[in-house]
Ligand binder design. Structure first.
Ligand code: SF4
Ligand code: MG
Length: 327
């Protein structure tokens, strides 16, 4: 609710004024139990920072995060430790998130020991079962992370995240570092685990294709704000924010006869600095439809169709590239 994370990035010398990086700048969303909520945007849009705040790896500058009705910043000590079990994270780079000096057995056993869930035989049994669940052979428990492929390492990361039987897993670009062929295997595994263990996912990705099949709903972020959110199918069929439309057009089309739809042109230009974002609508420097109103006034996220929210003064109308007459 109203989630913000601002960083003071003022240089110590020669500073004329304070430079505040607004990594996350007023984000609201609800994730429903059992669903996968995708968060998509270019690097620097604030999606990982949002995930980190949910994990309590970063403190919000403003706003609040509620889990099962409780404000995470106001939990009593015993509730905090329970919440740590309930919310787990899977990281982008399975290699750097696994301790290279620990054997796989210890990596997966660590959370079980820390939270005093199992010891001895029982611990061993649980670690082996977790390896089974993610499709890794039990004999691999003795090995070190560097002895595995990227996809296998991500399976180890998933096993560790599952060890505490969480309810919610924040998946921060879990397949971005993997080959395309391996990506779908890991995505299929995550889908299966979601059903088997009643999991809820927040799935962070930098492109729309990855979230298409795994997410029930998607939020698109741009420079610290959500610009559009809708059910996945609705978002792909009827994008209403020019940025979402640009992201969709940037997806390569396998059928060459469809290429005549001008591809990718919408997202020309670099992402502006989040330290001094453009006035009004942050997307206006890259938006083909921008006008004076966009420069003067920041659009608010509004419901334009059932459960479909967009922050744009001129939401796109049905069908790609067809836009309402500008005022
Ligand atoms: Fe483009 Fe204006 Fe909409 Fe921003 S508010 S996305 S600049 S049309
Ligand atoms: Mg990131």
């Amino acid at each position: 609710k109203g989630l913000k994370k601002h960083f003071d990035v003022t240089r110590k010398i020669f500073a004329k004024k304070k430079d505040i990086l607004k990594a996350v700048d007023g984000v609201d969303f609800i994730v429903k139990k059992g669903e996968t909520f995708g968060i998509v945007g270019e690097s620097g849009c604030g999606k990982s920072t949002t995930g980190n705040m949910i994990m309590r790896l970063a403190d919000p500058t403003a706003g609040s995060i509620h889990f099962e009705g409780k404000d995470l910043s106001k939990l009593a000590k015993n509730e905090q430790s329970k919440m740590k079990k309930d919310i787990q994270m899977i990281f982008q780079d399975p290699f750097s998130s696994l301790n290279p000096r620990m054997r796989v057995f210890e990596i997966i056993a660590e959370p079980l020991r820390t939270h005093k869930i199992a010891t001895g035989k029982e611990l061993k049994q649980q670690v082996y079962e977790l390896l089974d669940v993610v499709g890794l052979d039990r004999s691999l428990a003795k090995r070190f992370p560097h002895e595995f492929s990227g996809g296998q390492r991500q399976r180890i990361g998933i096993a560790r995240a599952l060890a505490l039987r969480p309810k919610l897993i924040v998946c921060d670009e879990p397949v971005s570092a993997l080959d395309v062929s391996i990506q779908s295997q890991v995505l299929n595994l995550l889908s299966k685990l979601q059903k088997d263990f009643d999991l809820t996912y927040i799935f962070i990705a930098h492109g729309l294709p990855v979230v298409k099949h795994i997410s029930d709903r998607v939020a698109v972020m741009y420079l610290g704000k959500i610009v559009e959110t809708a059910a996945t199918e609705e978002l792909f069929k009827h994008p209403k924010h020019p940025y979402t439309e640009g992201l969709l057009r940037a997806i390569p089309v396998p059928d060459p006869t469809l290429r005549s739809l001008d591809s990718g042109e919408l997202l020309e230009g670099d992402l502006p600095s989040p330290v001094n974002p453009p006035s009004g609508c942050h997307f206006r420097t890259r938006c083909p439809y921008a006008n004076e109103k966009c420069k003067a006034e920041a659009p608010k996220l509004q419901e334009v169709a059932k459960a479909h929210y967009v922050a744009c003064h001129y939401p796109l109308q049905a069908g790609r590239g067809v836009i309402m007459e500008h005022a």
